[in-house]
Ligand binder design. Structure first.
Ligand code: BGP
Length: 455
């Protein structure tokens, strides 16, 4: 156990707009791709979610009681700009939320785009259309104008690598690799453009990307498996961070994209924007590591955590050393320390963990309790390993587990819960949407008060 956390460490928690807010068409909000996507059978849509839009005052009160020093949430593009024009009611909602957080000494940490592309943008081609770069820059400028002085930490795009590599799972894209990596390139340019805009505006805060980063283990000590791991990591991790930090594509990732015919078209102006808009820090989401072998043909399951294979380069392998969550995701706290070290030794920038957590089928008891010891165990092990990474010398500024409060999973409904606070609803019945503090709530409250797990 360790208490090596700096005095001002940001113990936080995380959500995203479409998964928590609900009010999907209230006060002028337009639809996002998440509102119109096909919902897997037996799971809820995102129309009401946790109804945070109407209950944010009650929720922030609970966050305060939990002791949060920071709250990481996303702003809904289609609430702020439902049709390319600013919606004053959308701005007003986030103004109230941000002010309330500040009044409660909770630092707002804002992600500007978390999987919820407005439908009006998707209809004109989405990220495949170069115009979206400027649309995104205009939207971000509106946010910087309104909130630039109040928000100390911004993230541009949540899990851009997951959108590029598993967009069909989370409902953001159904395209070919060539099309996806052209979209991805436009997102990288858009990210650099708004990073540049943010720096030129001299706002007080810092801005960075928020990919899902997972170290990749070779399945064996065979040299070809080492090379497979190198290539998987280049495509899954370093492509995104090399551009964000150095303004340049990773050489291995570029080689792989060329080999599979998915290298994007890049203009001279793009190169200049990428070089001019590099980030101040790295936010990252961590759920588990990945393991790959060299490519041999086999059926590959696609999931945002497990990945897939690329002929000639790598394919996902099972890691028998790791236990699984009840939703089939590996649990690897030591891999968290490894991943943090790997990122820091490559980039030497401060790290902020914006997601980490366990999805589970929590049960509300008759007396209003949720005994989620498995969540406490999961988080405790990850926090202990994060403490060891700090001892290793990695600069970490905060930890925001997923999620502050129960919300709707990307594709597995409300049955897959992550929060410290239980929201009383099911897939099919909204019940009373009442909030209940889980056992993990009281446990995390103490971690925050002790600034760590105690010696
Ligand atoms: C990340 C996303 C989140 C979130 C989380 C858990 O990929 O950034 O939006 O939902 O993973 O995933 P899921 O909801 O699929 O269990």
């Amino acid at each position: 156990m360790t208490t090596k956390f700096p005095k001002d460490f940001l113990w936080g928690a995380s959500t995203s707009a479409y998964q928590v807010e609900g009010a999907w068409a209230d006060d002028g909000k337009g639809p996002s791709v998440q509102d119109v996507k096909e919902i897997p059978a037996g799971t809820t849509d995102f129309k009401v979610a946790a109804d945070h839009y109407h209950k944010y005052e009650e929720d922030v009160k609970l966050f305060k009681e939990l002791g949060l020093k920071a709250y990481r949430f996303s702003i809904s593009w289609s609430r702020v700009m439902p049709n390319g024009v600013v919606n004053p009611a959308g701005i007003a909602f986030y103004k109230k939320l941000i002010q309330l957080l500040i009044d409660n000494d909770i630092q707002p940490i804002v992600t500007v785009f978390h999987f919820d592309l407005p439908v009006w943008i998707a209809e004109k081609g989405g990220w495949e259309n170069r115009e979206t770069i400027q649309d995104f820059a205009d939207y971000c400028q509106v946010l910087f104008n309104h909130f630039g002085q109040d928000v100390p930490l911004w993230q541009t795009i949540n899990e851009q690598n997951v959108m590029a590599l598993a967009g069909s799972v989370i409902g953001t894209s159904q395209k070919s690799m060539k099309e996806k990596f052209q979209e991805n390139h436009h997102m990288l340019v858009a990210q650099a453009l708004v990073t540049k805009q943010f720096h030129e505006g001299n706002y007080k805060g810092k801005i960075g990307p928020a990919p899902n980063i997972a170290s990749v283990y070779p399945a064996s000590d065979k040299p070809e498996d080492q090379m497979a791991a190198l290539y998987m990591s280049a495509l899954r991790n370093w492509l995104f961070l090399d551009v964000a930090v150095y303004g340049k594509y990773n050489h291995n990732a570029w080689h792989l994209l060329e080999k599979i015919g998915a290298a994007p078209e890049i203009t001279e102006e793009d190169y200049a924007i990428l070089a001019a808009g590099t980030c101040d820090y790295i936010a990252l989401n961590y759920y588990n590591t990945m393991t790959v072998s060299s490519y041999y043909q086999k059926e590959n399951k696609i999931d945002q955590q497990s990945g897939f294979g690329i002929p000639g380069f790598f394919q996902t392998a099972e890691n028998k050393n790791l236990p699984m969550t009840e939703f089939g995701w590996p649990i690897d706290p030591k891999g968290f320390r490894f991943t943090l070290n790997e990122i820091y030794s490559r980039y030497r920038l401060p790290l902020l963990i914006t997601e980490n957590g366990i999805g589970a089928k929590d049960v509300l008891t008759k007396d209003g309790k949720v005994h989620d010891q498995y969540r406490i165990d999961y988080l405790e092990q990850h926090i202990a390993q994060m403490g060891l990474a700090i001892e290793d010398g990695v600069e970490i500024i905060g930890y925001c587990p997923w999620s502050a409060i129960d919300l709707i999973s990307t594709h597995e409904g409300i049955t897959k819960r992550y929060g410290f606070i239980y929201v009383n609803r099911t897939e099919t019945d909204l019940l009373d949407l009442a909030r209940y503090k889980k056992d993990s709530f009281y446990w995390y409250q103490k971690v925050i008060a002790d600034n760590g797990l105690g010696e």
